[in-house]
Design a protein around this ligand. Structure first.
Ligand SMILES: Cc1cc2nc3c(=O)[nH]c(=O)nc-3n(C[C@H](O)[C@H](O)[C@H](O)COP(=O)(O)OP(=O)(O)OC[C@H]3O[C@@H](n4cnc5c(N)ncnc54)[C@H](O)[C@@H]3O)c2cc1C
Length: 431
């Protein structure tokens, strides 16, 4: 019987190395006001070491320069990388380029891979994923309005997108547009590769957000609002089969959610460490915070949530590795909302325990709090994942034909009396 919670020693050694370099060589960069180019420069020597250790772009298959790690190993890796926003750069798997490279790997032609994927992996190009629209619900992408029509041998695109992360610095955009409006809802959209300098692509602005309240156009990590106005694309701009947009997107999103959840645990652990440290020195009401039952509850509840989220996420990863994406759908939805709420709650408690200091930029907690808020709706809002889990679970149940619940005690008693009639008679006659 196989039932194992251990990591193989060789990979554990890699994880230990990663944790050390992330703590010692990447986390300090958070405190410096470096721009993207500065961060890249600072991380270059480490990137070479990561490559030499065989940990670069580990999400991709070996023929594309990755490691072909399964989801469990990738998950454990992302838990370490989640500790600081800069760590994914050092390991060649920063979003959205990492996810876009997976899309190109899954759906690209050899020519598309050569032109876009190879330079993307080398870090020579940047990309964005352009799907969400301001006027249709991102959580129900079957409503997408952006259209791509085949006119002669060209695609003509018209539409309005926003929150295309890195759109304002991207060299190319992976665009989701409706090509077949009369097809079944999940077969209407297709993906396209759109070079950012194509006439008609108008980057309107970078949207200021809770995470980056000051709009600062053209910065790495911003989210662009983009108009596509009569954008003409050659036929070979189509990425994957016509109508396969959602299918390809799902292949990217499912493993992506495992990585998100594990990165959130990296953030949660840092917030938790700050909570515990604070509990031991902040004096209140004649003692330290740690002596207050509320704070003890925060620590215990946070530890339980992290443990649960971690085991659930690794289990989802294991299920993906052993049974495939489709079999792990319920588990992935479970962790998406459970993990996002755990992150939010743990950061919130740590911030509360620090009072004004937690609210100030003297600690990273306020930034973690702003970061954590988005987790509850990007990549599918909590409500959508809960509904999906409930639907999948309910498929295993049936309503009672006569409307009487199967656990109804009077009815069960009647049945039990019939089942054990002889025994009951014997017991009664003994009396
Ligand atoms: C940091 C960040 C980065 C992002 N990067 C990208 C990117 O690179 N590319 C891209 O295309 N998009 C990106 N997005 C957009 C993101 O994918 C969408 O915000 C998300 O899909 C939700 O869509 P929406 O904002 O239109 O919200 P809506 O779909 O309008 O949903 C709003 C709310 O309605 C409720 N709701 C929705 N559906 C249901 C339901 N079925 N049942 C009950 N309640 C429901 C939920 O509370 C939900 O939060 C990013 C967003 C953020 C915050």
């Amino acid at each position: 019987m196989a039932w194992d919670f251990s990591t193989d020693p060789e990979f554990q050694e890699q994880l230990d190395w990663m944790r050390e370099v992330v703590r010692e060589r990447v986390m300090p960069l958070e405190t410096l006001d470096l721009d993207y180019a500065g961060i890249q420069r600072a991380l270059r020597p480490l990137q070479e070491e990561v490559k030499a250790r065989g940990l670069w772009a580990a999400h991709l298959d070996p023929e594309l320069g990755g490691q072909g790690f399964g989801q469990v190993k990738l998950g454990l890796m992302h838990e370490v990388l989640g500790m600081t926003p800069y760590a994914p750069f050092a390991f060649g798997n920063a979003a959205p380029d990492s996810g876009n490279s997976e899309i190109l790997a899954i759906a690209g032609t050899p020519e598309q891979k050569e032109r876009w994927l190879e330079p993307l992996l080398a870090g020579d190009l940047h990309s964005a994923f352009s799907m969400t629209e301001p006027h249709t619900a991102g959580s129900d992408p079957t409503q997408l309005k952006t259209r791509a029509e085949l006119v002669g041998d060209e695609w003509v695109v018209n539409g309005h997108k926003w929150f295309s992360s890195n759109g304002s610095i991207a060299d190319f955009l992976i665009l989701m547009a409706v090509t077949d409006p009369d097809a079944r809802s999940y077969q209407r959209a297709s993906m396209f590769i759109v070079p950012a300098d194509t006439p008609g692509v108008r980057i309107l602005r970078d949207v200021a957000t809770m995470e980056h309240p000051q709009e600062n156009y053209g910065k790495y990590g911003n989210h662009a609002e983009i108009l596509y106005e009569d954008v003409r694309l050659p036929a070979d701009a189509l990425l994957g089969a016509r109508g396969a947009g959602f299918l390809i997107a799902q292949q990217r999103l499912y493993p992506g959610r495992i990585h998100h959840c594990m990165r959130w645990l990296g953030v949660s652990q840092r917030a938790f460490d700050m909570l515990c440290e604070r509990a031991l020195y902040r004096e209140v009401a004649g003692g330290v915070l740690a002596e207050q039952q509320t704070v003890q509850n925060w620590i215990a509840d946070s530890a339980a949530q992290m443990q649960a989220a971690r085991l659930m996420t690794l289990h989802a990863a294991w299920k993906m590795d052993t049974e495939g994406v489709a079999a792990a759908r319920k588990e992935i939805s479970l962790i998406k909302f459970f993990g996002a709420e755990a992150l939010h709650d743990i950061v919130d408690r740590a911030l509360q325990a620090h009072g004004s200091l937690g609210y100030s930029t003297d600690l990273p907690l306020e930034a973690m709090y702003r970061y954590s808020r988005g987790a509850r709706f990007y990549d599918g809002p909590d409500e959508v994942h809960r509904a999906s889990v409930a639907r999948q679970i309910l498929r295993g149940y049936e309503a009672p034909a006569d409307g009487v619940p199967s656990e109804h005690v009077p009815r069960r008693r009647e049945a039990a009396r019939r089942q054990f009639a002889e025994l009951l008679e014997a017991v009664t006659s003994n009396d």
